[in-house]
Design a protein around this ligand. Structure first.
Ligand code: ZN
Length: 139
């Protein structure tokens, strides 16, 4: 069995952003040389997500509005977590609902997606260097 590991780094200039990382994951898959197997993609930070959905700008707007209703950033005093001196209590909650990781099957050297599926990085506390892990196993 072959095994491949890579960290992808991001420094998002805004607090919240959703980014299609499918091209980077495809690049990892090419580098790995693996044709049949599984790829795991996970955020390595507890205020960011990796998830799969449609690359459609209206939907991404809807996610941001919905997440802000569920866990508004302001007032930051509403979160006990922020008593630690942080201001990212909302980002931890947003990360939880959008998920930590995805696993995608690799078939004949390709990501074996359903219709319209793409992989996204969800940043909820940006403006600093953060990373995701790509782990691929197979033959
Ligand atoms: Zn925190």
């Amino acid at each position: 069995m072959k095994s491949y590991r890579k960290e992808l780094w991001f420094n998002i200039p805004t607090r919240v952003e959703l980014i299609n990382i499918t091209p980077q994951v495809n690049q990892c898959l090419r580098e790995s040389g693996i044709k049949e197997g599984l790829v795991l993609v996970n955020a390595m930070h507890i205020t960011a997500s990796v998830f799969i959905n449609d690359d459609e700008s209206g939907l991404h707007h809807d996610y941001q509005v919905w997440l802000e209703k569920l866990a508004p950033h302001e007032p930051i005093s509403q979160y006990r977590h922020n008593n630690t001196g942080e201001d990212n209590g909302d980002a931890h909650l947003k990360r939880q609902i959008m998920g930590r990781e995805v696993v995608v099957a690799i078939t004949e050297g390709r990501l074996d997606f359903g219709p319209w599926e793409q992989i996204f990085y969800g940043e909820f506390d940006g403006r600093r260097r953060k990373r995701i892990l790509v782990k691929i196993i197979g033959e």
